[in-house]
Design a protein around this ligand. Structure first.
Ligand code: HEM
Length: 186
C-alpha cells in the first residue's frame, strides 16, 4: 500500500484493472483475481523491495562445496541475504525503483525456481505456504483497492513518508502507514 500511495500511476493502473475485471460486480472470486495480472506484478514488486523475511533461515553445508568460486567447507552455516539479492543491480534494472511493469513480460514468479525473486525462499525448504499466502494477499489487496480510493493524508507529501523498516526475523514498517480511504461504490 505504501509503494502504491507513493506511485499514484501504479495505484491508478491497478485500480483500473481491478474495476475493469469486476465491472460493477459486488464480490471478488478466485477467477476474477486470476485475470488481474498487474495486481500480481504489484505484489511481486512490493515484496522484492520489502521482503517480509530479508534473510533466509540458515542452511548448513552437508559436504565441501564450491559456489561461484567460493569454497564452502562441510558444516558451514550459510545465510542467504535475500534483501541484497532482490536489489542487486547485476540482476535487476533500476533495482531501487518500484516498477511492477518489470514482471509483465517476465517469466519470473513465486512458483518456479527463480533465484532472483526470493520472497518465499527457494529449493526444497522454500515456503510451503506461498500459494495460500499469495491467494490471501491478492484477494485482500484487490478488495481494499476495489472498495476504496486511497490517498496520503492531507498535507503529507510522498517524500514525508517514513520508509524505515524494522529489522528482525520478519520485517515490517517501523511507523504505521496513515492513508485516507474514500469509499467507492461500484
Ligand atoms: C507473505 C507471506 C509469507 C512469506 C513472505 C513467507 C516466506 C517464507 C520464507 C522466506 C521461508 C523460508 C524459505 C527458505 O528457507 O528457503 C518460509 C518458510 C516457511 N513458511 Fe512461509 N511465508 C509466508 C506465508 C506462509 C504461510 C501462510 C504459511 C503456512 C500456511 C507458511 C509456512 C511456512 C513454513 C512451514 C516454512 C518452513 C519450511 C521448511 O523449513 O521446510 N508461510 N516462508
Amino acid at each position: 500500500m505504501t509503494e502504491l500511495l507513493l506511485h499514484r500511476d501504479c495505484l491508478e493502473k491497478v485500480q483500473a484493472e481491478i474495476r475493469a475485471v469486476l465491472n460493477g460486480k459486488k464480490d471478488i472470486t478466485d477467477n476474477d483475481v486470476e485475470k488481474m495480472k498487474y495486481l500480481k506484478c504489484v505484489i511481486m514488486e512490493a515484496t522484492r523491495l520489502h521482503p517480509p523475511l530479508p534473510v533466509l533461515p540458515p542452511r548448513v553445508a552437508r559436504h565441501d562445496a564450491k559456489v561461484m568460486g567460493y569454497d564452502i567447507a562441510e558444516g558451514t552455516r550459510v545465510y542467504v541475504n535475500v534483501y541484497a539479492i532482490m536489489r542487486d543491480p547485476k540482476v535487476w534494472d533500476k533495482p531501487e525503483t518500484f516498477m511492477p511493469e518489470r514482471f509483465l513480460e517476465s517469466s519470473i514468479d513465486f512458483v518456479r525456481h527463480n533465484f532472483e525473486l526470493l520472497t518465499f525462499g527457494a529449493g526444497r525448504r522454500s515456503c510451503p505456504g506461498r500459494i495460500f499466502a499469495m491467494a490471501i494477499n491478492e484477494k485482500v489487496l484487490a478488495n481494499v483497492l476495489y472498495r476504496f480510493d486511497w490517498a496520503l493524508p492531507q498535507g503529507v507529501r510522498p517524500q514525508d513518508v517514513d520508509m524505515n523498516e524494522t529489522f528482525g526475523l520478519a520485517n515490517h514498517r517501523k511507523v504505521p502507514l496513515l492513508a485516507l480511504g474514500t469509499p467507492f461504490f461500484p
